[in-house]
Structures are given as structure tokens and as C-alpha cells.
Design a protein around this ligand. Sequence first.
Ligand SMILES: [Zn+2]
Length: 424
Amino acid sequence: MRRPTELLFVFLAAVSGGLSPAGAQDALLLRPDRVYDGRAMHAGWTVLVRGGTITGVGASLELPPGGRELALPGTTLLPGLIEGHAHLLLHPYDETPWADQVLLESHGERVARATVHAAETLRAGVTTVRDLGSEGAGYADVGLKAAIDKGVIPGPRLLVSGPALVATGSYNPRGAPEWALPKGADEADGVDGLVRATREQIGNGADWVKVYADYRWGPDGQARPTYTQEELELVVRVTESSGRRVVAHASSAEAMERAARAGVRTIEHGDGATAEVFALMRELDVAFCPTLAAGDAISRYAGWRSGVDPEPARIRAKRESFRVALDAGVRICFGGDVGVYRHGDNVRELELMVEYGMSATDALHAATAGNAGIFELADRGRVEVGLLADLVAVRGDPSREIRALRDVALVMKGGEIVVGPEGR
Ligand SMILES: [Zn+2]
């Protein structure tokens, strides 16, 4: 029996060694039981892939001369999932606490782990990841993205944010003042400091600028706003000049409101949100990334046994605030803060979105066309002619049972089969 590490090497070799059965120009007709195109389910549809893109979709496609057909009985074919909030440079906190990862693990170890995380994520059917902060690993995410794009290592297409921006004094690790501990993000403040830091992160390869609009630095360790309204607006203005968007970490209602008014594209976490804040986000078209799975994981690490112990107050509040967000009609992003929990377990967030009150079809939409829309990625997220052939087939029907997303039968990225009958 092979150990998991050996299996991974087999997988790495298969992907980087050029096993590309979907071939550069060969037409491949995929025949699942049904296709979810990002909007609706279509029984009996087939999908034609050629040269890395989708060239045909529908019920009566003909196999072009020289083309091949791949039968995928019992499966649903859908766009490759788009994870909205990941940290490929972190691993689960029950293995190693966050601060120990930031302070004690070497850059080399963290990058090595991240390459494994990227492969695991892709194999789970996630073909695009927005990675929201290297947490002390500088621009390692930019390098990881380059290595994936050059075909050196397997992984999803990445949107990265580099070190991210935090207000001085607000972020961790914090220890004795005598020690200048390295932080999990770059400290920058005020007009000159923020303009410079924002431009520096963009220049070093950030696709998104991440700003922490609040953090747990209140008198009793509660989340309190960090940046002023003017500072947030400045970061947005500088970032948008470059054609990029800003993402804000915010848990408190006050920081969420400041970030929304400043013009950020998405707000992450939002545990202390109110109906008024969600209404404002809807009005200003700011999407909400609830990171349900991170809260769930952290409660479990603290000893909570789901289904046995009473639900912790934190989980109950999150469940209620997610309901308020749904009722407010705010755009919901699929992003679980994966890295707090195991990479490749991304579907956990979608399962919780459904458990907390979203329909399975809405969750599927969020994970595909929804996130593509929020992230302004016109080339993916739907099964449509002309788009990238980033596709996943799962056994069963995830619009009835979201858990079916875990039973992956095929993963294709840019027309190349990564997992599937001919992939490994
Ligand atoms: Zn995060």
C-alpha cells in the first residue's frame, strides 16, 4: 500500500510530467448525466472541450472527427469551484497554533507545505482560489502562483494578496514590548504610509489588496475598528487606480460599515454584523464572505463536539447572522478561510452554508458563477462556450445533496484532466 506522500508524488508526476489526455487541440466530449452551468441544472447535456476552452454545450452535440468521448455516468458536471477565502500558507490550527506557524516555521517549510496544499485543493475540484494573506510568509503566495502558472507544481489558478495591510499595534503575534516580533501582516498607517504600502504590495504582485478594518485589539480583546474612514478610503482609491479591488477583514458592525462606505469589494467574517450593515452592503453591492467553516473549526478545536454538546454561543450567533444576511439579500461569497482547517476540505463551507439556511442551488451558484461575478472573472465560473475548460464532475446531484461535491470523479483545469479516468 502506498503512503499518502507517495501517492501525492505519483499525482505530481502525472500532472507536471505532461500527461494531458485532454490534449492541446484534441476535442473531448464529456458525457455526464447532467450539467450545472452556473445558473441551472440541465439533464442530458454534454460539454465539448478543445484547446483548453469550452467549445460546445448542449443536448445534441456531435463528436467532431478525431475527437474522443468521455462517459461520466452517474455524475453532475459543473464549473470548477472558486474558493473565495483561503490561506495556502497556513495549515490547521489544531496541528500547530497560528502564532507558532508564523514565528517558528521556516519560510522553506511553509512554502513546501503550501505546494502540497495547492495540489490537494485542485484535486478537490477547486480550480480557482483567492488567497487572502500569506500570514507572515511575505510574497510566497506570489511565487506559488508563478510556479503553478508555469506548470512546475499542480494547483488552482490563484488570486493572491501578499502580506495584507494592518494598522500598527493591532495585529498578532503580540508579545513583550521589548521584542519586535514579526507580524502576520504588514503594518502601515496614515496617508504616506498607506499609499506607499498599498502600492508596494501591488507592485510585488498582489491581485487583491487585503486590509484589516478591525481586529481583536479592544480593551477586552474584542474586535474593534483599526483604520479610520479616511485611511480605508485612501487604500481603496490607490488600489482601484491600479485596476484592482480591496477586500476587508471586518467582524464588528462599525468596521464593516466603514469598509463598505470606503468601497471595498468583499467583507470577510462579519460575525458582529447587524441587519443595517447588511442592508448597506446590499445597497453598495459589497459581497459578504461569511467564513462559517473557520468558526466551526475553531469551536471544535476548543473541544466542542457537534451533535453532542450544546451549540456554543459563537456558532449560534453566526448561524443567526448568516440568516440575517440571506434575508437582506446581500451577495454571498463562498469562502471558508480554509487553512484554519484542512486544504482540500473546501466543501465544508458549502455544507455549512446549506446547514445554516441557504439552498443547495444557491450554494452551488455562490461557488461558481457567483464568485466569478464578485471577483470579476469573466472567463470562468460557468459552463459556457468560450470560457476556460475548468470543470469538475461529481457523483450524484449536488443540487439535491451538497455533500455530493466531495465525491469527485473528474477535475479538469484548462482542458487538462487532473483527476479522472485518464488523469492518474
Ligand atoms: Zn483568513
